[in-house]
Each structure stands twice: as structure tokens, then as C-alpha cells.
Ligand binder design. Structure first.
Ligand code: GLY
Ligand code: MN
Ligand code: MN
Length: 388
């Protein structure tokens, strides 16, 4: 296996089952550069720290690489890095083509290392799950802090500051740019400007998560700035919450990934019909024809882990993946009614709602990691009204 980074700071050459030495190339110590960019591990310390058999300075990579790759039958590399290393590897394979006939040695192909590694990231072990629980707890603390800070006239940026102070104070950081979207801004799925003041009748949608120990959380809540939902806001909120609960119930080993989404869509689409967002019609037709997409245009779940939208396939051999214990996914249904949508009752226009939690698949169901932030509308109102 061979992994590196564009403009690599380090390159590791490993072989399956340790059949060849684990060779590491790193930047050497350089006191003058280190004054500017921080301490380097250096050649002397890297071996013990990373368990490498031999360590060389990174500028000697070219000199050693051909020799190291010679006995390999295949090279595993994250194809598409587009760096000089990738070029070198391709040249090595081409050169081996000429000599293999006589020497019987040399790599005959390149395999995509990412394709090999990303399925491994799907199932989290106990250590990974415990890190994800910490990331979730920090995310929860951030959301609660932001909810307590909410009042009419306060800026979206101030809620962002409250969120992120918790993340950073706990030794974490944001796992993606925090979204604090009040009023119509909530109908913009990736609103990151966070520069409006919140109006007294506004809902505010917060979508933010913490990264800790390398792992991410991803939480959304939507609440009334005043501490009281209007009737229209509550009608929509109840539909989204029911959709989330219906999707969560589907999380268990053996369930298909797509079942979770379908459960949420069914409730959302029924809600759209009941509330007059869609013209009266039959539920199955609304789902089959995709009419619900007018107000719910994203998926319900994504994998969560080292990345917030984590690596890992959603399909295998053309079929949706089956959930197994250790997988972690988000459940995040929403409803987004554009402000200028004339074909819906006026009271719903300009409202955006998303509720998002993180769920780990267990032996017999799902473990909700992020419900430390309430979703029950009355509890939510209580927290807001409790103030700071
Ligand atoms: N914050 C991005 C997402 O919820 O997927
Ligand atoms: Mn998400
Ligand atoms: Mn999110």
C-alpha cells in the first residue's frame, strides 16, 4: 500500500501482512522553518512514533521508490491525487510492463486505495463510537447554549458564537461551517452567512456539529425566537418531528438504508397533503411522482464519522446497503416553504424546518447520540423562554 498527500508532508509505503518493511518518508527537522510553522517530528523520532521499520527524509522519496515498488504485484494508491507521486507510480507500472516478461517481477496494476478504505469506515468499533459520543455531547452542549442565547434582536452570528464557544471550549472544533438561519434564511439549505438579526416571530434553524478526537457530530434544531411557536410553525414542526421519529424507528440491523428515507418521506408527504401544501391527491401518487420534492429536496440520511458526510457506499451491487451494528447515520427530515410560493396557504410561506439527530446502529435498534437537545416542541419552548 502506498499513501501520501498532495505536496506530501509524509509518505508511507506498506505491504499487506508486513511482507516488506513499513517505510516512511517524512520532512526532516529544520529549526529555521520550525520557528514559522511549528515543530516537525523528523526522521529520528518518526520510526518509534508510527511503528515504521525505516524512515527517510521526504526528499529521498524518488531515490527509493522504484526499488521499494519493484517486488510489489499491485500498487494501492488513492487514485486522483494528481501529485508527482501519482505520476511516478504510473511510470513504475509502465516500466514494469517491459521488464516483467524476463524478471517475473513488478507491479501489474494500480488499485484505488480509497475504494478499499472507505467501506472500512462504515462500521465503527468501540473506540470510534466512544469518540462519536463525545463529539455528540459537545454538539449538544453547543446547541443548548445557542438556544439559551436566542432572543428577538440577537444576531444569528451571536448564536453561532455561543455554539462554537462550547465546541472549542471542550477541545473540539466545528465539523462544518455552522448554519444559523432565522426567518426566510431557513429555506436556504446551506445558509452560512449568519448575519441577520432575529425577528420576534421568526423561527431559527441551527445546523451545526462538533468534531472531537477526529470524529464529527451533526445536529439540527429549529425553534421560535420568541419561545412560542405560531400555529403555522407548529403545524409544520409537528410533521417534521413525526417524520424523524418514523425514520428513527426503522434504524436496526437488517433494515435497508433506503427504508429510513422512505419512512420520513411518507410522513412528510402526508403532512403536505393534510396542510394543503400540495393539492389533494393520493399519497402513493404524490410519492411516486416525487411531488413532495417541492418542499423536501434532500436525502434523510448520510454516513457520519471521520467526515461529516462520511466515506462509505450507500449501495452495493446495485442494491441499497443493509444496516449493521456500528454504522452511524444522520436522520434529518425537513420542510422548506419558499417565501414566494403562491400556491400554498400564506401562513406557511417562508418557513424552513429541519430536525437532525445522529444514530448509531446497535444489535437491536439504534442509539440516539444527540437527543440531549430536546425535540419535543414544548420542551424546546421552555428552554428558549428560560433565557440565559
Ligand atoms: N450540515 C450538513 C448536513 O446536515 O448534512
Ligand atoms: Mn447532516
Ligand atoms: Mn447538519
Amino acid at each position: 500500500y502506498l499513501t501520501g498527500f498532495p505536496e506530501p508532508e509524509a509518505v508511507a509505503v506498506l505491504s499487506p501482512h508486513g511482507s516488506a518493511p513499513f517505510t516512511l518518508f517524512v520532512r526532516p527537522r529544520d529549526p529555521e522553518r520550525e520557528v514559522w510553522t511549528g515543530e516537525r517530528i523528523g526522521v529520528e523520532r518518526a520510526g518509534e512514533l508510527f511503528g515504521a521499520d525505516e524512515v527517510f527524509p521526504i526528499d529521498e522519496l524518488e531515490d527509493h521508490l522504484s526499488e521499494l515498488l519493484k517486488p510489489a504485484s499491485r500498487i494501492y494508491y488513492p487514485i486522483g491525487s494528481g501529485d508527482a507521486l501519482e505520476d511516478h507510480i504510473i511510470q513504475t507500472v509502465i516500466a514494469a510492463r517491459r521488464t516483467r516478461a524476463r524478471s517475473g517481477q513488478g507491479p501489474s496494476g494500480i488499485e484505488d486505495l480509497d475504494a478499499l478504505l472507505s467501506p472500512l469506515r462504515l462500521i465503527k468499533d468501540a473506540d470510534e463510537l466512544s469518540r462519536m459520543r463525545v463529539a455528540a455531547d459537545i454538539g449538544v452542549a453547543g446547541h443548548l447554549a445557542a438556544m439559551r442565547r436566542a432572543r428577538p434582536g440577537v444576531g444569528e452570528w451571536e448564536l453561532r458564537a455561543a455554539l462554537e464557544a462550547e465546541f472549542i471550549g471542550a477541545g473540539g472544533r466545528v465539523s462544518f461551517p455552522s448554519i444559523v438561519a432565522s426567518g426566510h434564511n431557513a429555506t436556504v439549505l446551506h445558509y452560512e452567512e449568519n448575519r441577520c438579526r432575529m425577528g420576534s416571530d421568526d423561527l431559527v434553524l441551527i445546523d451545526a456539529g462538533a468534531e472531537w478526537g477526529g470524529y464529527s457530530s451533526d445536529i439540527s434544531r429549529t425553534f421560535p425566537v420568541s419561545g412560542r411557536f405560531t400555529r403555522a410553525q407548529r403545524d409544520l414542526y409537528d410533521v417534521v418531528l413525526a417524520a424523524e421519529e418514523a425514520a428513527i424507528v426503522e434504524v436496526r440491523p437488517g433494515a435497508l438504508f433506503t427504508t429510513v428515507h422512505e419512512a420520513a418521506v411518507r410522513i412528510l408527504a402526508q403532512g403536505m397533503l393534510d396542510l394543503g401544501l400540495l393539492p389533494a391527491g393520493d399519497l402513493d401518487g404524490v410519492i411516486e411522482r416525487g411531488e413532495y420534492r417541492q418542499f423536501y429536496l434532500h436525502q434523510t440520511s448520510h454516513w457520519l464519522g471521520l467526515d461529516v458526510h462520511d466515506a462509505g457506499p450507500y449501495q452495493q451491487n446495485g442494491a441499497p446497503i443493509t444496516l449493521v451494528p456500528g454504522m452511524v447515520l444522520t436522520i434529518e427530515p425537513g420542510l422548506y416553504i419558499p417565501a414566494d410560493e403562491e400556491d400554498v396557504p400564506e401562513r406557511f410561506r417562508g418557513i424552513g424546518i429541519r430536525i437532525e439527530d445522529d444514530v448509531a446502529v446497535t444489535e437491536d435498534g439504534g442509539e440516539l447520540l444527540t437527543r440531549g437537545v430536546p425535540v419535543d416542541p414544548e420542551k424546546v419552548e421552555e428552554i428558549i423562554r428560560g433565557g440565559e
